[in-house]
Design a binder for this molecule. Structure first.
Ligand SMILES: [Zn+2]
Length: 74
């Protein structure tokens, strides 16, 4: 059995990493998310549909990654 997804990664507009987009982790499922959601790192981002290039180029948010690894989201 595959456990239900508890979070999803999405490149969102965030110029803190240079490229202009950063991949953050958001709680829940993409299909259930609204137009803006708080990421696991604590910041709220507007959700858009990223292009394939965005997925390739956007760096991963280290804070989101570490929060998920630590098992204490939020
Ligand atoms: Zn983040």
């Amino acid at each position: 059995m595959t456990p239900a997804a508890r979070h999803f990664w999405l490149p969102v507009a965030d110029d803190s990493h240079g490229y202009g987009l950063t991949r953050h982790a958001f709680p829940g499922r993409r299909a259930d998310a609204g137009s803006a959601e708080p990421a696991h790192c604590g910041e709220v981002f507007a959700l858009a549909t990223p292009s394939e290039m965005d997925w390739i180029c956007a760096p991963t948010c280290r804070t989101c990654n570490e929060t998920l690894k630590a098992g204490h989201p939020g």
